[in-house]
Design a protein around this ligand. Structure first.
Ligand code: GTP
Ligand code: MG
Length: 371
């Protein structure tokens, strides 16, 4: 059953919400502006107020937003998106840091990555770009990491040579396998006196990750983020793997992408880090992501610079959302605000219904437990 909030219904009719509430009151129902009324009641009210009604089905609302299946127009090469995964403190952020000569680790609270950062690195050898996504290693962020794998072309599995394969290393292996994404193993911290890279390879074998020296196909590189050892080799392996994947896109279409992270910034309002996957995102575009919509007010690059547009494989901060979307939400550009409102109010309603269903489900199981 479909439903709508009184506020949203009033918006769509360009009427005042209080007038809708007054009408409902006449029919004997007391309501607040945020209350949800069912579709039949909404239709009655709409007609009573002299508007015509057009109900839409779910399939109509979502239709055409993501034609991910139709990749026939994807003919331009694009740079690979590489997600760095691994156990807490195995050196994911340090490795990315070393690769882009910046210093993120020291700026992090307690040195633990609390969000997914995204950066573009230009390989000094080939001049080609690689997009890196840094994922949190903490167990609490497993869900976010699972989403990280969906946007990625290649997974870099970071394993500390002094610590070996740990629970979140195994999780990362499983994510990569589930997403059917090729994996490159970076055996990190080889500068440490107690580093045992051979032991890492053996442990990986126990989780069905067979590196080349063990007769398998998984490439492994011994690195030290601290001493910047073998980083060029790692970049080379990524470039090779990317070449095999033959990644293609179409930049000449409305943008599609995925929200990597989002927050409510005190000064700037809702800020979403988005990975553009197809098309080009431009300032002024009307966007939807999950149950949020907005108009792109500004785009900020990973270098902190304002840019006018962001093409495929480019991570970018998007300002202009009405509220922060959720990590993992798909972003799409729509033709106008009415369309954006239609999509997001439908999704907001779906979300509320799902939440209500899970609460009543919980109640049900509680009752079962009590009886
Ligand atoms: P989370 O984001 O918390 O999961 O950690 P992470 O995997 O990003 O690890 P991070 O880069 O924060 O590094 C953890 C610690 O290991 C830091 O103290 C780093 O300085 C240290 N470290 C990282 N790489 C190396 C390395 O190659 N050699 C040595 N000796 N220490 C390293
Ligand atoms: Mg980190």
């Amino acid at each position: 059953p479909e439903a709508i909030t009184i506020q949203e219904l009033a918006n769509r009719m360009s009427e005042r919400a209080v007038d809708v509430i007054r009408l409902l009151m006449k029919q004997g129902a007391m309501h607040k502006i945020t209350d949800v009324i069912d579709a039949d009641t909404a239709q009655l009210i709409t007609e009573e107020m002299g508007h015509s009604v057009k109900r839409v089905a779910a399939s109509d609302v979502e239709e055409g937003l993501f034609d991910v299946v139709d990749d026939s127009t994807d003919t331009e090469p694009r740079s690979p998106v590489v997600t760095v995964m691994g156990h807490v403190d195995h050196g994911k952020t340090s490795l990315l840091d070393a690769l882009r000569h910046a210093n993120v680790v020291s700026g992090e609270a307690g040195g633990i990555t609390q969000h997914i950062g995204a950066y573009q690195v230009t390989s000094p050898e080939s001049g080609k770009k690689i997009t890196f996504i840094d994922t949190p290693g903490h167990a609490a962020f497993t869900a976010m990491r699972a989403r990280g794998a969906k946007v990625t072309d290649i997974v870099i599995l970071v394993v500390a040579a002094d610590d070996g394969v740990m629970p979140q290393t195994v999780e990362a292996i499983n994510h990569a396998k589930a997403a059917k994404v090729p994996m490159i193993v970076a055996i990190n911290k080889i500068d440490k006196p107690d580093a045992k890279p051979e032991r890492v390879r053996t442990e990986l074998l126990q989780h069905e990750v067979q590196v080349e020296s063990f007769g398998g196909e998984v490439v492994d590189v011994e690195v030290s983020a601290k001493n910047k050892t073998n980083l060029d080799k790692l970049l080379e392996m990524i470039a090779l793997q990317a070449e095999l994947l033959d990644l293609k896109t179409n930049s000449e279409r409305p943008a599609e992408g995925t929200v990597i992270e989002a927050k409510l910034d005190r000064g700037r309002g809702p800020v979403a880090t988005v990975l553009v996957q197809r098309g080009t995102l431009k300032v002024g575009d009307i966007i939807v992501a999950g149950a949020e919509m907005g108009r792109v007010r500004a785009l900020i690059s990973d270098q902190g610079e304002n840019i006018d547009e962001a093409g495929p494989s480019v991570p970018v901060e998007v300002l202009g959302f009405n509220g922060p979307p959720e990590a993992g939400d798909r972003l799409a550009v729509v033709e106008n605000e009415a369309r954006a409102r239609q999509v997001t109010s439908y999704r907001a309603h779906q979300k509320r219904e799902n939440a209500a269903a899970s609460i009543s489900g919980m109640r049900g199981s509680l009752e079962q437990m009590m009886s």
